[in-house]
Design a protein around this ligand. Structure first.
Ligand code: NAD
Length: 512
């Protein structure tokens, strides 16, 4: 607890934090409703933060719009240099911020630090990108004409984020959105507001030191109601929303009704196919980390193992043994593998899913349950469990955000791929095989239908360099690496005539 107090002090967290921030300016809500953030690690209150009122929201949007008129005129490489400084500041704050992520969200310290590392990596990526943002040139069909395309910023980008990656998802969006010339308004999850306040302090300091106006980075606090305000606000050009499919459907409908742009990163139901040609020891690490890492609360967590019948028993034996060795407890203690779920509501969801699975015929090979005792006083620690199921059970088709792993048996690879694809979600997938034909089939157009498909790597733990996201009910959005930056810009096609006549396209004649 002493360590946490120091961390909070280092990150400028107050006992009661203001309701919003427009860059370096922190505002107090007129109506001071308070959101207390409690740690799932020990159930203790970390700090309170005031909720952003509707009036505050107007202040924030106006400041953001004003800041955009400055920021879009700063050359992209200059914007990149400011993001470089942000990355440097994150390097300095990595230990404190990583510890706070671990304490507020409940993931292991290693994963908390890893999340901050991901923020640093995306800043580096964005700096390089700020000298690129390439458009194409085309050959005009008309003589003495030049045709090309260029990319311009959109304006205000709204970022709605989930609790499980409380800081990295924000940076994936904002680092790119900023170098593209946009300003951002961030609504973090109401379950992890304190890490957001810490991030905003860091970026606000960088902007202030560079004379960048308030409002390039804005923070608002609240639950889905303020998220709905954003989704319905036509002043926000793009809403990037990360969270459940339920949330994504609501946001997509609201944004589409005003013909705005949305970028959706929603739930997954990720499977690893374990072939008879797999290296089973390697597969074990991928499967266990994928299923129990972040206590099964990653969008890319491994939910299903589709195992060849000839290795099913041998692999299940290895799994059961590995689960027996898992240490569950305080995630800040590095000897533990598994921390708590985010809150008691998540624990209730986990228990309900186990019951539903049993009712549908699931056989538990490793039983679940809630852990009790002084170390588990928050009531949020659960036992990772494993059940043998059929893929078409309703509960197996559903993403339960907890460490429940489903085992399914297969005979032929075609069948395994069908099973892997036969869920509403399409985020991450993997095959464990040393057989090149199997690997290539899995990656081909007739293979995995997911946004991420891996060979001899599990489903979780993506790098920032690739475009991240998934198909079907995962929402279709792509963030982070590759050319994901394009989602934060508008494309403009320009044709310039330097002839002394005005020929029309398609040879159309129009004489006056
Ligand atoms: P959630 O949907 O409950 O909340 C996510 C965010 O959306 C929160 O900030 C919440 O306040 C806001 N919100 C909820 N309803 C809204 C509405 N109608 N309008 C506007 N905003 C609304 O999700 P969660 O429990 O915080 O996170 C877990 C989910 O997120 C899982 O389904 C997980 O798979 C998904 N996730 C996906 C990715 C990805 O990149 N695909 C990454 C992380 C998490």
């Amino acid at each position: 607890q002493n360590n946490i107090s120091t961390v909070l002090k280092n990150l400028n967290i107050l006992d009661l934090n203001p309701a919003y921030s427009t860059g370096s300016e922190w505002g107090l809500s007129a109506h001071s409703q308070i959101l207390d953030s409690c740690s799932p690690v020990d159930g203790k209150r970390i700090a309170g933060v005031r909720i952003t009122s509707n009036e505050d929201y107007e202040i924030v949007v106006n400041k953001a719009a004003e800041a955009f008129t400055f920021w879009r005129n700063l050359p992209a490489p200059k914007r990149g240099d400011i993001i470089r400084q942000f990355g440097d500041a994150l390097r300095k704050n990595k230990d404190d911020l990583g510890t706070l992520v671990s304490y507020e969200m409940g993931k292991s310290l290693q994963e908390g630090l890893g999340e901050v590392q991901e923020m640093i990596d995306i800043c580096d990526f964005a700096v390089g990108l700020s000298r690129q943002l390439y458009g194409l040139t085309m050959h005009s069909e008309r003589p003495n004409h030049r045709m090309y395309e260029q990319w311009h910023p959109l304006g205000i980008v709204g970022v709605i984020s989930a609790f499980n990656f409380p800081v990295a998802v924000w940076s994936w969006n904002t680092a790119l959105a900023w170098i593209c010339g946009n300003v951002c308004i961030w609504k973090p999850s109401e379950k992890t507001p304190i890490t957001a306040v810490a991030c905003q302090h860091i970026i606000a300091g960088i902007f202030k030191a560079n004379g960048v106006p308030e409002g390039v980075s804005n923070l608002i606090i609240g639950d889905r109601q303020i998220g709905e305000l954003m989704a319905n606000d036509s002043r926000i050009a793009l809403i990037s929303a990360t969270g459940s499919t339920r949330m994504g459907k609501a946001v997509a409908a609201a944004v589409a009704s005003r013909l705005g742009k949305s970028l959706l990163e929603l739930g997954g139901n990720n499977a690893i196919i374990i072939s008879q040609h797999a290296d089973l020891d390697m597969s074990l690490i991928g499967a266990v980390f994928g299923a129990v890492g972040t206590a099964g609360q990653r969008c890319t967590s491994t939910r299903r193992l589709i195992i060849h019948e000839s290795v099913y028993n041998a692999f299940t034996e290895k799994l059961v043994k590995a689960y027996g060795q898992l240490k569950i407890g305080n995630p800040l203690d590095q000897k533990n593998h598994v921390g708590p779920l985010i809150d008691k509501e998540a624990v209730a969801g986990y228990l309900a899913s186990i019951e539903k699975c049993k009712a549908e015929g699931g056989k538990f090979i490793v039983e679940g349950g809630v852990l009790t005792g002084p170390e588990y006083a928050s009531g949020c620690y659960v036992q990772p469990c494993i059940a043998a199921v059929e893929n078409d059970y309703k509960i197996v088709q559903h993403e339960t955000f907890a460490p429940i792993l489903y085992l399914i048996k297969y005979q032929k690879l075609d069948q395994a791929i069908l099973l892997q694809n036969d869920v509403p979600q399409g985020l991450s997938s993997a095959i464990m095989t040393l057989n090149i034909r199997e690997a290539e089939q899995f990656l081909s157009a007739t293979g995995s239908d997911c946004g991420i498909a891996n060979v001899n790597i599990g489903t979780s733990g993506a790098e920032i360099g690739g475009a991240f996201g998934g198909e079907k009910e995962t929402g279709g959005g792509r963030e982070s690496g590759s050319d994901a930056w394009r989602a934060y810009m508008r494309r403009q096609t320009n044709t310039i005539n330097y002839a002394n006549t005005l020929p029309l396209a398609q040879g159309i004649k129009f004489d006056l």
